[in-house]
Design a protein around this ligand. Sequence first.
Ligand code: NGF
Length: 292
Amino acid sequence: NADMRGIFSALLVSYNEDGSINEKGVRQIIRHNIDNMKVDGLYVGGSTGENFMLSTEEKKQIFEIAKDEAKNEIKLIAQVGSINVYESVELAKFATELGYDAISAVTPFYYKFSFNEIKDYYNTIIDSVDNRLIIYSIPFLTGVDMSVEQFGELFENEKIIGVKFTAADFYLLERLRKAYPNHLIYAGFDEMMLPATVLGVDGAIGSTFNVNGIRARQIFDLAKEGKIEEAREIQHVTNDLISAILSNGLYATLKELLKLSGVDAGYCRKPMALTTDAQVEEAKNIFDKYVK
Ligand code: NGF
């Protein structure tokens, strides 16, 4: 599974003001990631794509657009997780038929599912397709924490090849790295990429790579080469940028920064709010300081 290592942007999706998908804008975001951010791949249908607010048909449409635009230029991962496992299976089949290189699924959320239920969810999804699966673990949004042993039980299914680890628990990350040296681990928090890379992650999946992909790759490569001080300097600039983005509203600001780069990134989708004038103004300052 070494083909899946590297830097993956969590794809932002351009929506029109009425919430419909702006296909032209989505294509431009994809091109910007490939041509200017030089990413190795895209993570399609994640939190960053505002995926959990979409209908099944809309999710499929985004998978289709991404594959049609990216073709085989980069790797594509389709996030198909949903607390409706039947929808996940349908999406997994759809993305596999489109030729996605792997699928991923968030841990099922909202209800307090037992570990056995979570395991059944993952096996149900991946056993329905001829593909590979990456677990999406994001405990701060889902409330689902899993132990080293529980990850091991999931990895008993050979088609489950890794985890997208969006957590600040570096002890757990180190334990997972030691226990499963042949599974893929992706760093999920862009602001913690350097420590995660030092601990041996295989790649990273992040929202801010849509605008900061070049620095992200520098941090990753320098850390892999053991050039920690140089990597730290770039992480410092990156985190000045990320903290400014987070203070101004994550997805709205990323979209404004893309617009300032000439990409029609559109609006966020309800119930996310429309961007205010003050946010737009602040995004210009952020752009001039860190992105231009
Ligand atoms: O946006 C979130 C969650 N996390 C992303 C990323 O882990 C999510 C992260 O890049 C993702 O990949 C996806 O599913 O779309 C952060 O936005 C970033 O580190 C800033 O905190 O809130």
